[in-house]
Ligand binder design. Structure first.
Ligand SMILES: *[C@@H]1O[C@H](CO)[C@@H](O)[C@H](O)[C@H]1NC(C)=O
Ligand SMILES: *[C@@H]1O[C@H](CO)[C@@H](O)[C@H](O)[C@H]1NC(C)=O
Ligand SMILES: *[C@@H]1O[C@H](CO)[C@@H](O)[C@H](O)[C@H]1NC(C)=O
Ligand SMILES: *[C@@H]1O[C@H](CO)[C@@H](O)[C@H](O)[C@H]1NC(C)=O
Ligand SMILES: *[C@@H]1O[C@H](CO)[C@@H](O)[C@H](O)[C@H]1NC(C)=O
Length: 452
């Protein structure tokens, strides 16, 4: 529907265009599918009927958060250089993308439709988390009453701003200055920082440079002794060494303010027609041969929908939320290939779209998001070992799963949407039981265990 000429000129320069383009694309592809349907559905199905949707929708276990003594969060008022001040460099916060449009609206990015939809970048979890906690009902302004101490450092933005800094002292300076600041606070000594935490929006590899490591651009925040005493909430943890690391979701595109908006979406994803058995969204990678294999298998299957993120002209639809969600809502299964690291933001888009994720490494999700995912992995996902023969015939493997089982898995998955979503930060007490509610409840229990 869009000719190449109408596309923005380049990925890096598209900042201002992005909003317009995505909005336009949204109107064409997606808008008819959302807001107009809300109105119709309110007549056809009484979705906003409280009693009915309470029965229909599996709610997040943290939907009703109580802020008792064990769960009251103090947010350190850090000097701006540790968080919002970093946004002055928003043009240089990422080597591949101009982050300025993405850090708007507390990290939700540019709105693409009413009802809580934003073109959210995958690396803004630390900002969204911060904004959510600031407005959270369990926030306390009195550190003497706090059971959790949140250090709102945008360490991910900082490290990606310094990837190319050759002088390691300079690269690590802000991290070191952060721990100096925190350790000088009277509240640090109460439990040696064991009730303190950070939330980071980049993968663990970016924070664990060791003195003798080949320099690959990372910082060493997570190897600083003080941070080792703290809890680290992070979008990808170290599967073996990350004892104090807890996986939190990558942000997706939906940031609802009310549990009605959430329930409406869950119901929509329950009913949508899914003509494709499976889909793959991704680009070939030299280091991840499995992606090329998926592209081949998907291309050869009439039941697979492929969205190739590397097109001959270098442009791609993969950064367009409406395109990504469209493919995923039309598919029953979504392949989640490891890329440069184990996890992918796409996993969370897929859950949001009610598309059952197919994992090829246990570290793509199972060893990552223990606070969020059911222990019984086959209840909501499919696992195919990437080294097994089965990974060479994915279509055949997926065809073996009965449609009754698919329906059950999808139902389970739809119930996971609220807790894997970042609610709108200005919705103080939405009752959604979102990713931040789950994180705070789970962390409070964990810290309680550690310090008692
Ligand atoms: C809500 O749903 C329940 C159960 O289906 C029904 O009995 C009730 O009349 C509905 N209320 C409204 C206001 O539609
Ligand atoms: C709060 O902490 C106390 C001990 O410090 C514990 O006995 C109690 O179960 C905790 N409550 C919750 C809701 O975790
Ligand atoms: C939240 O509300 C404040 C105050 O009204 C406003 O300035 C801010 O832009 C809102 N945040 C978002 C993400 O919309
Ligand atoms: C490296 O950075 C530090 C801190 O900014 C500075 O003091 C030092 O002079 C720099 N070293 C070199 C070789 O530029
Ligand atoms: C970390 O905690 C231990 C006690 O478990 C304490 O001895 C140590 O000093 C703490 N480290 C820092 C940097 O505060």
């Amino acid at each position: 529907m869009f000719s190449e000429k109408q596309r923005p000129p380049s990925l890096t320069r598209r900042g201002g265009f992005l909003f317009l383009f995505v909005s336009a694309a949204w109107l064409v592809f997606w808008y008819p599918f959302t807001d107009i349907n809300v109105i119709q559905q309110q007549h056809e199905h009484p979705l906003l009927n409280k009693t009915q949707h309470d029965n229909q929708v599996n709610k997040s276990p943290s939907a009703a958060t109580t802020c008792d003594k064990n769960m009251s969060v103090y947010v350190y008022p850090l000097p701006a250089k540790f968080n919002l001040g970093l946004l002055h460099h928003c043009h240089n916060l990422n080597m591949h993308t101009d982050m300025c449009p993405h850090v708007a609206n507390s990290g939700l990015g540019q709105p693409i439709s009413s009802g809580g939809w934003f073109a959210t970048n995958q690396f803004t979890a630390e900002m969204i988390f911060h904004a959510r906690v600031e407005n959270h009902p369990c926030r306390t302004r009195d550190p003497a009453l706090a059971s959790l101490f949140y250090v709102p450092y945008y360490g991910g933005f900082h490290v990606s701003n310094k990837f190319r800094e050759r002088n390691l002292t300079a690269r690590d300076e802000l991290d070191v200055s952060l721990v100096d600041f925190i350790q000088a606070q009277p509240w640090w000594n109460k439990h040696n920082g064991k009730d303190h935490f950070v939330a980071l929006g980049r993968v663990v590899r970016d924070f664990i440079r060791k003195p003798n490591d080949r320099d690959y651009g990372a910082g060493r925040l997570l190897n600083l002794p003080a941070v080792k005493n703290m809890s680290v909430l992070i979008i990808e943890r170290h599967p073996w060494q990350g004892k104090n690391q807890y996986g939190i979701p990558y942000p997706s595109y939906f940031h609802p303010s009310t549990s009605q908006e959430m329930a409406w979406w869950q119901n929509k994803m329950r009913k949508v027609r899914r003509p494709y058995l499976f889909s793959f969204i991704g680009a070939p990678r030299r280091k991840a041969a499995i992606r090329n294999e998926f592209i081949r298998q998907c291309g050869e299957s009439t039941l697979c929908k492929l969205l190739n993120c590397r097109t001959p002209d270098g442009r791609s639809k993969c950064g367009e939320p409406s395109e990504v969600l469209k493919v995923m809502t039309e598919s029953r299964f979504c392949l989640q290939a490891p890329g440069d690291s184990f996890t992918r933001r796409s996993t969370f888009d897929s859950v949001l779209a009610g598309c059952i994720p197919v994992f090829f490494s246990p570290h793509s999700a199972y060893t990552q998001y223990g606070w969020y995912l059911p222990g019984e992995r086959s209840s909501y996902s499919v696992f195919i070992d990437q080294k097994s023969k089965a990974s060479e015939r994915i279509e055949e493997e997926l065809m073996k799963i009965s449609s009754k089982k698919v329906k059950m898995m999808r139902e389970k998955l739809l119930g996971l949407i609220p807790s894997l979503t970042y609610a709108h930060p200005n919705a103080t007490n939405s009752g959604i039981g979102d990713a931040v509610d789950v994180a705070l409840v789970s962390l409070a229990k964990q810290v309680n265990k550690i310090i008692n």
